[in-house]
Design a protein around this ligand. Sequence first.
Ligand code: GTP
Length: 539
Amino acid sequence: QSLKVEVLLTDTDLQAPPVGAPVIRQLVAERPEESIRFSLPRRNEGYWLRLTSQRAIGKYEGQLLVLRGPRAMGPLLYYPPGAGPREVEDAEHGGVPLMRRGWVLALPNGWPPSSVAYLRIKGRAAMSEIRLSFASIPDLARQERGDARFMAAAFTAMMLMAVAMVGVWVAFRDFVYLGYGAYLACIATYLLLLSGDASEMWGLAGLASEPAIGWALATLATIFQLGFSLRFLDLPRLMPRTAWVLRAIQWANMFWLLVLVIMREHSYGWWYIGGNLLLLLGVPLMLVIAVAAWRKGAPYAGYYLLGWTPMLVFAAALAANALGLRDAEWAERGLALTAVLESAVLALALSQHAANRHRILLLARQSVERDPLTGALNAQVLEQMLEAWSSPGSLNVNTYGLLLVDLDGFGEVNARYGRAVGDALLQQALARMRGVLRPDDTIARMAGDCFGIVSECERVECELLARRLADTFAERPFRIDGHEITMSVSIGLAISQRGEQVAELFERVRQALRSATVAGRNAVSVAQARDVATAVPAE
Ligand SMILES: Nc1nc2c(ncn2[C@@H]2O[C@H](COP(=O)(O)OP(=O)(O)OP(=O)(O)O)[C@@H](O)[C@H]2O)c(=O)[nH]1
């Protein structure tokens, strides 16, 4: 036997070690490197522990006693063997990963033969498993440095992926990338804050000591994760009711975050439990949903399951641990490791997603099927591109606007100035529209004097684009062969709707264009929803 721990039965808050108190539990480590694992019963009075070492330890051997346990916190009264009592703070910034706190106890006089040490753990420490062992100073330093490096590496990897996701978002302006990047940044910072030393290394120790910041980050991560999952798994289209449930959970998380922000330290007692309950509710649900989406053929659900399953299991184990349901020491480092793996798998899937979209656009742009007069894409290519976007595999989650731009009274131009002037006008009209469009927008000549434009934008942006297109015609005439030709356009605009067939979208935009034509020259008409169109005169 090398080290012995005795849990003593004491009722009162004794100020001196209860030398003669009855022993309620006794644990021993047979070998010096072995750690003693034990859990303490819930008691309001706190605990007295007596430690006995079989082996005498010299003063300069550099040995320490290390007590670890996720909920082992607060000051401890320590009577070292052969020395006077002292108070020891918990190892809050002690460099162990995640929540593994505890105390590091020095042996100022070594361990003189036949002497004992006492520990007074104050208050109502509801403790899960505690591990007690000897450690040498260099060993402990090495272990803590290793832990800190591990966490810093995990943090750096995840942050780099977050930055990459922001880059993809800039290129494609799709929230799915930004949502994932924001999730990564939150979860990486959260994990870093939970690990003491690593956060000190990055100068974040001040943040780490404020629990609300870590909790807020974790909740934000959950909110972003849910938003990302909704779109990544294409849930509103595949499973609309489930999507509704997830949104409700997202709102519940936002509400809970708001409670934390408003109540701050007044909510510390109960907020954490509620937060973990929300996590425990969300985690199994997300797994079930991902499996269901996978079965329904969600194109990226396979990646999702591969990346998330280990991560969610570890997160659930940690949440259960925090609620005192079970001990899961392995979950702590595992969570960081699986978080990095998950980021890598999902970042890979998102890059593939981005590449896919890019490829479709490029293929369309490089198409040889062009209108011979203007060199613009023809109607078939535009339609094929939209079909490819909306097919299940391509996961086009962005809304986009489809515009039909028709030159007003173009037939008269032909009749009055001749067809060659009409041709030149079509070419100049195309050039003028290109001047208004963004590089990512796609324009095609649909027929005669009608052009189709696809622009990835929200409704308001698309309406603005339509008005700017109309204005670019109205504000100055075309000059062709010495003729000054004033032109206006009628524009129909339809915003893509989730689950809508491309043919239906075209039907709506044609209807909108008819309304614009009926409304008179220089009009923009927006198809509000299926089959409904309202005409608004352009300014
Ligand atoms: N110069 C020229 N004219 C063309 C070309 N293709 C079609 N057109 C003419 O474009 C005209 C289109 O006629 P409509 O669709 O009635 O258009 P519009 O005269 O502008 O009438 P609204 O659209 O109702 O204002 C026809 O006269 C076609 O002959 C072409 O490649 N070059």
